[in-house]
Design a protein around this ligand. Structure first.
Ligand code: G6P
Length: 612
C-alpha cells in the first residue's frame, strides 16, 4: 500500500521521472498523490486528492525542473483522503520533506511529545510525525542521515521511507522496515521505489533494503548502514523483467492484458520444470533434499485474497496426489491464534507481491515455531521470497491490475507442479499416470487460448446480467475455490455483491435468496461430482434462478437446463480450476467495464497490502 519514489542523479528534468514512477506504482494506492522537488534551493511540494492524473493537472508545467525529488501515491490508513493528508510531508520549517509507506504505530505518543516541544502538525497522518522527529534531531546534529537514524530508533511500526532536506540537496536518505524499498543503480543516477517497476526504464541493477537498513544516496554513490550506523554489504540483483512487460501493449486496461497473457504466463511457470518423457517435475529452488521433503507430516498453506483461493486449490491437489494433510489458513488469522506448528510441518506462503504483511508475519510465526518454509511468489527478491527457506517463483511477469488474474493461474500451476513432484518422490503415482497428467498440463496454455477466444460471447452474457444486484457462484471439489475466486473478482471490480459457496451448501442458506433476479454461476465440469452439481443446478432452476454454467465442451445435458453456458476444453479433473477461472475473470471484467468501473484501480483496494 502506498507507493514511494525518489530520484537523485544527472537529469535536469526529474519531474517527469517521478511522475512516471508514480504511475507505475499507482496500483499500490490511489486516493491522493504528491511530489516534492528542490527548486532553486527550496523544497516545493504539490499534492492532490485523487489519482495521479489529478496531480498532473494540478501541477501543470510549473514543476518541470528540479535537482532532487520524492513522490508518493497514497492508500489512506490514518487521516482522511484530503490534500493536506497526502504526502510528501514537511517538518515545521519546511526544510525537510518525507514520503512514507507503512504505519507508525506509536505516532500518537510521539506526536504528543513533539507538540509539547513546540512542533506544529498540519495533517492527521501518522507519517507527518516522521518529518518532525527527523527535524528535531537534524536541528541538533545537522546531518540528515544521522537524524533519520536517531528518529527511526524511536519508531514502532513499519516504514518504507525517503527523506530529503534542502540543506543537503545532493542526498536522499531511504529506510525500510516492513515496507519494501528498492534502489535502482543507474549510471550517475539512482531511483528509489517501493518496487522495481519504476526502475526498469533506467537500469536493471537493483538492491533491496532489508529491515532496519538505511540507504544514503548522493550523486556519486550510495552506502547502506543499519540503525547502529554499521555498514551493510548489499548484493546487486539483476532484474529479468523488461519495461514492455509493465505496459499495456495496446490493451484497454492492465487487467485485460493480464487475462490475455495467461497462455504465456502459465508457460513461463512451467518452463524448465517438467520432464514430459519421464513424467517428472523438477523444482530447483525448494532447497530441500528428497528425504526432507518426504518427511513432512503436515503442510500449512497461508495466504490472503486471491492467493488464498489458489491455496485452497493447492489443498485439493496436494492431498489428492501426495496424500499429505493440508490446512489452508488466512494469514491474518493464523498469526493470532496459537498455531500448532513443529519441525515436521511445512509452511507454504503464497503471495504474488511477496510483500503482503499478514502473509509475511504468518510466515515468520511459523518459522519461529520451527517449521520449514517455502514461498510461492511472483516478485523476485520480494521480502517473502527472501525470507523463506526455498520456493517456486511464478515467472508470470509484473501484474499491475489490482485484481489478480494471471498470478492466480500461475499459482495453481505451481501448486500442481509441487503436488506432482511430491507424489512422484513419495512413489504415490506411477510413471505412466504421471506422464498422462503432465501431457495434459502442457496443453493447458493452448486450452487457455481457446477459452480466451470466447471473450465476445462472454461479453454478451455480461451485457445481460450487468444490472443484477447480487450473484451467487457455486462449485464443488476443486472448482469450489474457483467459485470463491469468481465471486471475489466480480465484487472487487464491479462492486456487485457476490458470494461463493460449495454448491451443496446452497441448500443450507443461500437457496433462500434465489428467485428470478438471482444469477447463479455454476462451475460444473465433467468430473466425479458432475452428477451431484447437476442436481444443484436443478434446484436453482426450480426456483427460477438464472443459471450461467461453466462446463466441459460438448456437454449437451447442461445446455438444456442452463440459461447460458461457457464451455472449456476437456482435461484432467485436477487441472480444471486453471481453465474454469478464466471465463469468470472475463465475466467480472466485462460486467465491471459495462458499468463504467475503473477495473485496474477499484475503489478502496490496493494491490499490495502492507498493513495488517
Ligand atoms: C490484495 C490484492 C489481491 C491479492 C491480495 C494478496 O488484496 O488486491 O488481488 O490477492 O492482496 O496479495 P499477494 O500479493 O500476497 O498475493
Amino acid at each position: 500500500m502506498c507507493g514511494i519514489v525518489g530520484y537523485i542523479g544527472k537529469r535536469k528534468k526529474i519531474y517527469p521521472v517521478l511522475l512516471n514512477g508514480l504511475k507505475r506504482l499507482e496500483y499500490r494506492g490511489y486516493d491522493s498523490a504528491g511530489i516534492a522537488l528542490v527548486c532553486g534551493g527550496k523544497i516545493v511540494i504539490k499534492k492532490k486528492v485523487g489519482k495521479i492524473a489529478e496531480l498532473e493537472k494540478a501541477v501543470g508545467k510549473k514543476l518541470s525542473t528540479g535537482e532532487l525529488g520524492i513522490a508518493h501515491t497514497r492508500w489512506a490508513t490514518h487521516g482522511g483522503v484530503t490534500d493536506a493528508n497526502a504526502h510528501p510531508h514537511f517538518d515545521c520549517k519546511k526544510n525537510i520533506a518525507i514520503v512514507h509507506n507503512g504505519i507508525i504505530e506509536n505516532y500518537k505518543v510521539l506526536k504528543e511529545l513533539l507538540e509539547r516541544e513546540g512542533h506544529k502538525f498540519v495533517t492527521q497522518t501518522d507519517s507527518e510525525v516522521l518529518a518532525h522527529l527527523i527535524e528535531k534531531y537534524n536541528d541538533k546534529v545537522k546531518d540528515l542521515a544521522k537524524a533519520t537514524r536517531m528518529a527511526l530508533k524511536q519508531v514502532v511500526g513499519a516504514y518504507g521511507l525517503i527523506v530529503m532536506s534542502q540543506y543537503e540537496p545532493d542526498k536522499l536518505v531511504v529506510a525500510r522496515k516492513g515496507s519494501p524499498v528498492a534502489i535502482g543503480i543507474g549510471e550517475n543516477e539512482y531511483l528509489v521505489a517501493s518496487d522495481a517497476t519504476p526502475i526498469l526504464e533506467y537500469t536493471k541493477k537493483v538492491i533491496y533494503l532489508d529491515d532496519e537498513e538505511i540507504g544514503i544516496i548522493n550523486h556519486n554513490g550510495y552506502k547502506v548502514v543499519n540503525l547502529e550506523n554499521n555498514g551493510v554489504h548489499k548484493m546487486i540483483n539483476n532484474l529479468d523483467w523488461d519495461i514492455a512487460m509493465a505496459e499495456k501493449s495496446g490493451f484497454e486496461t492492465f487487467m485485460l492484458k493480464e487475462i490475455f497473457e495467461q497462455p504465456e504466463s502459465i508457460t513461463n511457470t512451467l518452463r524448465g520444470r517438467v520432464l514430459a518423457k519421464e513424467g517428472e517435475v523438477k523444482l530447483g529452488g525448494l532447497n530441500l533434499t528428497d528425504e526432507e521433503l518426504k518427511r513432512f507430516k503436515r503442510i500449512i498453506i497461508t495466504a490472503c485474497g486471491t492467493s488464498w483461493h489458489a491455496a485452497l486449490i493447492g489443498e485439493y491437489l496436494i492431498e489428492e496426489l501426495a496424500k499429505i494433510p493440508v490446512e489452508v489458513e488466512y494469514a491474518s488469522e493464523f498469526r493470532y491464534r496459537s498455531p500448532l506448528v513443529d519441525k515436521e510441518t511445512l509452511m507454504i506462503a503464497i503471495s504474488q507481491s511477496g510483500e503482503t504483511t499478514d502473509t509475511l508475519f504468518a510466515l515468520r510465526e511459523a518459522k519461529a515455531l520451527g517449521a520449514r518454509t517455502l514461498g510461492i511468489c511472483n516478485v523476485v527478491g520480494s521480502t517473502i521470497a527472501r525470507e523463506v527457506d526455498g520456493g517456486i517463483y511464478l515467472h508470470a511477469g509484473p501484474e499491475i491490475g489490482v485484481a489478480s488474474t494471471k498470478a492466480f493461474t500461475s499459482m495453481v500451476t505451481a501448486l500442481f507442479l509441487f503436488a506432482m513432484h511430491l507424489a512422484r518422490e513419495k512413489g504415490l503415482i506411477e510413471k505412466s499416470k504421471a506422464k498422462k497428467i503432465i501431457s495434459e498440463l502442457l496443453k493447458v496454455p493452448d486450452y487457455v487460448r481457446e477459452i480466451l477466444n470466447l471473450n465476445d460471447g462472454i461479453k454478451t452474457i455480461a451485457r445481460k446480467y450487468k444490472d443484477n444486484k447480487n450473484f451467487i457462484y457455486l462449485g464443488r471439489g476443486n472448482n469450489f475455490p474457483v467459485a470463491l475466486e469468481g465471486a471475489l473478482k466480480l465484487k472487487e471490480i464491479s462492486y456487485i455483491h457476490a458470494e461463493g459457496y460449495p454448491a451443496a451448501e446452497m441448500k443450507h442458506g443461500p437457496i433462500a435468496l434465489i428467485d428470478e433476479d438471482m444469477p447463479v454461476v455454476f462451475i460444473a465440469t465433467r468430473d466425479k461430482v458432475y452428477e451431484k452439481i447437476m442436481n444443484n443446478i436443478s434446484e436453482v432452476k426450480a426456483r427460477q434462478g438464472k443459471i450461467i454454467a461453466v462446463a466441459t465442451e460438448n456437454d449437451n445435458e447442461i445446455k438444456k437446463i442452463a440459461n447460458e453456458v461457457i464451455f472449456v476444453p476437456k482435461t484432467d479433473e485436477l487441472l480444471y480450476p486453471i481453465l474454469t477461472s478464466i471465463p469468470l475473470q472475463l465475466l467480472a471484467y466485462h460486467i465491471a467495464k459495462l458499468k463504467g468501473c475503473d477495473v485496474d484501480k477499484p475503489r478502496n483496494l490496493a494491490k499490495s497490502v502492507t498493513v495488517e
